[in-house]
Design a protein around this ligand. Structure first.
Ligand SMILES: NC(=O)C1=CN([C@@H]2O[C@H](COP(=O)(O)OP(=O)(O)OC[C@H]3O[C@@H](n4cnc5c(N)ncnc54)[C@H](O)[C@@H]3O)[C@@H](O)[C@H]2O)C=CC1
Ligand SMILES: O=C(CO)COP(=O)(O)O
Length: 409
């Protein structure tokens, strides 16, 4: 008797709710493989009820718990207003209860909350669960740079792939046609070792990034044979929609890294737009930015990043294109320059609780490159950091473009 996979999403923000919608649409469509209900962990908070007749009829006009609002109206009134969520997407404020018994965990929350969330999950999840990280960012610890797919594997001892692409959440939620990339190089059809012990699997952690807690191997527990094997075909059924075309590749690191670094380039493009310097200058900045993304991947992830991911897949160049014209990092950087304030101030003032990932990624990457003595190889990444820290101004950009071209050549 085949057991059905229990799918959960950890995070309920703008993208977390959008991915939750996709997952719930598919668990309903493929109810032979998946339990129909998708539990979505919600970081509980009081939310105002929008001034909308239907919502107020259902919720009243006083602040309510976000979980209650979602489960009553099937709408995330704070982070994805106006989008109808499937009624089999069930908001749950209890993290441990959400992950209990789940065989597929989809992580989708701002990276600044990941470490704390993983600590709270540890010990409450199935040892043979599989995970997909939709988180865009990098984690710097013990002097090395980690992807969140690696941090999840390290902290929870489960195999984790990555999902990233040109995916402005509001457009995906509106079911505008788009595509995404999933990086998954999961264990082969699980089997028991002869002695019945758990199956050791190599995760691709490059030598110069291995540390005592960033090992190159984790002991994976085989998924019981009673479940459908978690492979690219199953992931396409779980994530693919008529409006959401999924390509599965084996380059887990390249997919995750593309999604993280593009946010630095999006900030740079936003600064240019804020100065009104036009599309040619923005294109020049993007070109240097993409070259620095590839250089970073090849330098620090040589065994596990396939540089073609940055130019071939949605998680690379396509996400850069979408994010440098319509992403929150782009718009926040543009508004900061226009208004003469910091990007952090714009985030607080304009995003209604949503979180930027580019600012913290820029600072993390700068901290790592400084430790490695490699700042001079990444002039654009350093420029974005210096603007964020108010250590330079946009007047330094023309010289940087000339220098950047030479350094990156
Ligand atoms: N929004 C978008 O268009 C896209 C976002 N992403 C990525 O998806 C990831 C998640 O982003 P979003 O879902 O957009 O989140 P968001 O930017 O809407 O942030 C709000 C989320 O943060 C949570 N939160 C706030 N304070 C918290 C705390 N103290 N502890 C735990 N959670 C807390 C909220 O509950 C909510 O789920 C990010 O890494 C982002 O880069 C990827 C593609 C598109
Ligand atoms: O990752 C995204 C699009 O793919 C969203 O980017 P922002 O976080 O800048 O909105």
């Amino acid at each position: 008797m085949t057991q059905k996979h229990k799918v959960v999403v950890i995070g309920s923000g703008n993208w977390g709710s959008t991915i939750g919608k996709i997952l719930a649409e598919n668990t309903r469509e493929h109810s032979d493989i998946f339990e129909e209900d998708v539990s979505m962990w919600v970081f509980e908070e009081d939310v105002d009820v929008p001034d909308d007749g239907t919502l107020r009829d259902q919720l009243g006009d006083k602040p309510v718990k976000l979980t209650h609002a979602i489960n009553t109206t099937h709408q995330n009134v704070k982070y994805l207003p106006g989008i109808k969520l499937p009624d089999n997407l069930v908001a749950n404020p209890d993290l441990q209860d959400t992950v209990k018994g789940a065989t597929i965990l989809v992580f989708n929350l701002p990276h600044q909350f990941m470490s704390k969330t993983l600590e709270q999950i540890k010990g409450n999840h199935l040892p043979y669960a599989r995970a997909i990280s939709c988180v865009k960012g990098v984690n710097i610890s013990e002097g090395t740079v980690k992807l969140y797919s690696e941090l999840i594997m390290e902290k929870l001892g489960i195999y984790c792939g990555s999902l990233s692409g040109a995916n402005i959440a509001s457009e995906v939620a509106a079911e505008n046609l788009c595509e995404t990339t999933i990086g998954y190089d999961g264990p082969p059809m699980d089997y028991k070792q002869p002695d019945g012990s758990s199956q050791d699997n190599l995760i691709k952690v490059d030598k110069q990034r291995q540390s005592k807690s960033n090992p190159s191997r984790i002991a994976l527990h085989p998924v019981p044979q009673t479940y459908h094997h978690v492979d690219s075909a199953l992931l396409e059924k779980l994530f693919g929609r008529p409006y959401f075309n999924v390509q599965v590749v084996r380059d887990v690191s390249g997919v995750a890294l593309g999604g993280a670094l593009k946010n630095i380039v999006a900030l740079a493009a936003g600064f240019v737009a804020g100065k009104g310097w036009g599309e040619n200058t923005k294109a020049a900045v993007i070109r240097i930015g993409v070259l620095e993304m590839v250089r970073f991947g090849c330098l620090w992830f040589p065994q596990s990043v396939d540089e073609r991911t940055f130019t071939k897949e949605s998680a690379g160049i396509a996400d850069v294109i979408a994010s440098t014209s319509a992403g929150r990092n782009f718009h926040s950087a543009c508004h900061a320059v226009e208004q003469g304030v910091t990007v952090d101030e714009i985030e607080k003032k304009e995003l209604g609780g949503q979180k930027l990932q580019g600012t913290s990624t820029t600072r993390a990457v700068h901290e790592f490159l400084e430790k490695q003595g490699q700042l001079e190889k990444f002039p654009l990444f350093v420029f974005v950091y210096d603007i964020l820290e108010e250590r330079t101004t946009m007047d330094a950009l023309p010289e940087l473009l000339i220098r950047g071209s030479k350094v990156i050549a």
